[in-house]
Design a protein around this ligand. Structure first.
Ligand SMILES: O=C[C@H](O)COP(=O)(O)O
Length: 252
């Protein structure tokens, strides 16, 4: 059985003290469960401190992005080696905001995914269509193409261990959630792409989260769908109580 992944993506929110308060309020309340893992994707500046504070707990810390090179002249960037050196275990790769504002492409997403595995970091690879693409009936074409390119050159074993996050761009931060059925249809399609392009075992193992206006009020319905294995949550992950409610739902 696949374990749900409940990940709170704070994006560019919280000061250090707000981040510390959140972690102190949640880290001992994460149910130790074989049904879910709980992750906070924090601003890079706080990763070292938050990893230290969560040591020995069931709350894990992720980076929101990373570079694909080990080191070099890339001012302002953070390498997978640097993330690994401070104990970060997961990294979000190719979030639609990175694709839109920072020139992230399917090619860089693929390079970063390879680099994450090289350094023992679990990649959370984001994919999803825009409203325009959905309305033009291109959802499967767009999402299928993103998945195929993201996974290029990975072993079946690596694919089994990665996390894909299906986030329709039109549902992010808009309050418009895809219905559970709409979300599941695309997640099932993605799993089928993995089956065809990689292997049946990889398709069975890969976790596929849904993201886009997930909150405690709609998470149960989304998680009850067969091909949705968790949630990548922005706004509703910023408050400790709300994040804990989401994790609780994933652990049932
Ligand atoms: O990474 C999280 C997603 O972009 C969803 O954000 P949201 O829950 O605020 O819609």
């Amino acid at each position: 059985m696949r374990k749900n992944v409940i990940a709170g993506n704070w994006k560019m929110n919280k000061t250090l003290s707000e981040a510390e308060d959140f972690i102190e309020a949640t880290k001992t309340k994460i149910p130790s469960s074989d049904k879910a893992e709980a992750i906070v994707c924090a601003p890079a500046l706080y990763l070292t401190e938050l990893v230290k504070r969560t040591e020995g707990t069931d709350l894990k810390i992720a980076a929101q992005t990373m570079h694909y090179e080990e080191n070099g002249a890339f001012t302002g960037e953070i390498s997978p080696a640097a993330l690994k050196s401070v104990g970060v275990e997961y990294a979000v790769i190719g979030h639609s905001e990175r694709r839109e504002y920072y020139n992230e492409t399917d090619e860089t997403v693929n390079k970063k995914t390879h680099a994450a595995f090289k350094y023992g970091i679990t990649p959370i690879v984001c994919i999803g269509e825009t409203l325009e693409e959905r309305e033009a009936d291109k959802t499967n074409e767009v999402v299928g193409g993103q998945v195929e390119k993201a996974l290029e050159g990975l072993s079946a074993d690596q694919v089994s261990n990665l996390i894909l996050a299906y986030e329709p761009v039109w549902a992010i931060g808009t309050g418009k959630t895809a219905t559970a059925q709409q979300a599941n249809e695309v997640c099932a399609f993605i799993r089928n792409v993995v089956k065809e392009k990689v292997s049946a075992e990889a398709a069975e193992g890969v976790r596929i989260q849904y993201g886009g206006s997930v909150k405690p009020a709609n998470v149960d319905e989304l998680l009850s769908e067969s091909d949705i294995d968790g949630a990548l949550v922005g706004g509703a992950s910023l408050e400790a109580d709300s994040f804990l409610a989401l994790v609780e739902a994933g652990s049932k």
